[in-house]
Design a protein around this ligand. Sequence first.
Ligand SMILES: *Cc1c(COP(=O)(O)O)cnc(C)c1O
Length: 218
Amino acid sequence: MSIRQNILNIRRNLPSGVSLICVSKYHTVQEILEAYEAGERDFGESRAQELEQKAKVLPNDIRWHFIGHLQRNKVKQVCKYACMIQSVDSERLLRCIDQNATPLTDLLLEVHIAKEDTKTGLQPHELFSLLQNIGRTPLKNTRICGLMGMASQTDDNKQIALEFASLHSLFDKVKTEYFPDDNSFATLSMGMSDDYPIAIAQGATMIRTGSLIFAQDE
Ligand SMILES: *Cc1c(COP(=O)(O)O)cnc(C)c1O
C-alpha cells in the first residue's frame, strides 16, 4: 500500500482531538514529501543531523518534532528546526534547551513507563522534583506542554494498557498540581505503530507512528 493509503487508514481511526506525528526517521525526503502531499505537516525525527539535513530541503511549513535521545551538544542544532522536543529526560537537558531555544520551543517531558530499563525517560519521582525546581527557577524560552512515554515492547496488551494508564494518571496529577490554569499543558503523547489503538483508548492526545505509514509492500 502507498504512503497516502497508509495515512488514510490511520486517520480513519483517529478520534478528533488526537493528533498524528509521522515518524520519518530513516525515511527519505521523497517519502516525507509523499506524506506531505497527502496533507501531513507534523513529522518526527530522532537524530539531530538527520533532522537538519531534511529540514533544510523540505517545505517550511512542516512542524518538526524531535523524539530521540538528545545530547546537550546537539541542542542548538535541534532548536533551530524543531517546534517541539518530546524527549526531555533530565533537568540538565531542560536547562540547556531553555538557554538555547530561539524562538520559543515547546517541550514534552519524557517519562519512563516501560518495564524494560533500556528505555529512557524520567522516573516519576524525578519528574516531580524537576517540576518543583521549575517552580523555583522558571523557564524563559521554553514551555512544558505535556508528557511523552513509550510502553514496553510486548504482546501483552494488558501490560501496555496499564503502562499507558499510568502515564495518563501522572499527566492528570501534574496538570492539577503544576499547570492548573495553563492551557498549553495539554499534550499526552503516547502510542506507536504497534500500540496506538491502546494508547488512544487510554487517553492519548498525540500518537507517533512511523513504520505503519512508511512501510510499503511493493
Ligand atoms: C521510532 C519511534 C516511534 C515510531 O515507531 P514506529 O514503531 O515506527 O511507529 C515513536 N516514538 C519514538 C520515541 C520513536 O523513537
